[in-house]
Design a protein around this ligand. Structure first.
Ligand code: KIV
Ligand code: NA
Length: 265
């Protein structure tokens, strides 16, 4: 296997070969997913919810995300590691966006960055790209704008599909190497995917995107309770961990652990 590069993603699009992307926030998951042939790992600002336990992605900081990015980049040997720029770390100015992107590449050792927003962030994308940092866009439902968008709602329905396409084209023109589309109708996502030369990555955007991404704790069933419609659960990690912890507790309370083989002479 070779290191995954941006041109490979473009080749897969041209061949009509969909590819998977997962989030990762630490060394073990990065290693496991890399070995499982996941070509792109995203250290999402969803670490806010899935690592730090915040109720939205807004509070997470660059200083909280950087160590996670460094852990994932250090563990992945083949995957392309994308670092999400958190809320407030790029919106202030184009200069701030470039400075933050550089920190994620230099201190986080990421291979690319991702930021939310369409046309209004084209200049930011262009400047970061010009600095030598590949950028992944993110349009449709953008969680950092939850309070502007009025909660978790499907974007790009009807007339808004045109606006979605304009955003996607603006990001492509600005030099983005790929665009995430979150919670948009399958039909709109299909149109954008067909009009773009760069690959689209869907989450709740139907089957016709060039790639699909899920948060790993959703994919593997570590998060319990209600999950969005677009999630498919491939394992019951929450159940497994609970059973393991209960079995350990029982062993200790019952005097079965540690046994002779766990004890030094
Ligand atoms: O932060 C994140 O996990 C994301 C993906 C869902 C695309 O942005
Ligand atoms: Na994100």
């Amino acid at each position: 296997r070779r290191k995954v590069r941006i041109h490979h993603l473009r080749q897969w699009k041209e061949r009509g070969q969909p590819w998977p992307m997962l989030t990762a926030y630490d060394m073990y998951t990065a290693k496991l997913f890399d070995d499982a042939d996941i070509p792109v790992l995203l250290v999402g600002d969803s670490a806010a919810n899935n690592v730090y336990g915040y109720d939205t992605s807004l509070p997470v900081t660059v200083d909280e995300l950087l160590p996670l990015v460094r852990a994932v980049s250090g563990a992945a040997t083949h995957a392309l590691v994308v670092a999400d720029l958190p809320f407030g770390s790029y919106q202030v100015s184009v200069e701030q966006a470039v400075a933050t992107a550089v920190r994620f590449m230099k201190e986080g050792r990421a291979h690319a960055v991702k930021l939310e927003g369409g046309r209004r962030f084209a200049q930011h994308v262009e400047a970061i790209t010009a600095a030598g940092v590949p950028v992944m866009g993110h349009i449709g439902f953008t969680p950092q704008s939850e309070h502007t968008l009025g909660g978790y709602r499907v974007q790009g329905r009807g007339e808004a599909g045109v606006s979605l396409l304009e955003d996607a084209l603006a990001l492509q023109d600005a030099g983005a190497f790929s665009v995430v589309m979150e919670m948009v109708p399958g039909e709109a996502a299909r149109l954008v995917t067909r009009k773009l030369a760069i690959p689209t990555v869907g989450i709740g955007a139907g089957p016709e995107c060039d790639a699909q991404v899920l948060v790993w704790q959703d994919m593997a069933g570590l998060r319990t309770g209600a999950t969005p419609r677009f999630v498919k659960r491939y394992a019951d990690v929450a159940g497994e961990l609970t059973r393991a912890a209960q079995a350990f507790a029982e062993d200790v309370r019952g005097g079965q652990f540690p046994a002779e083989e766990h004890t030094f002479e």
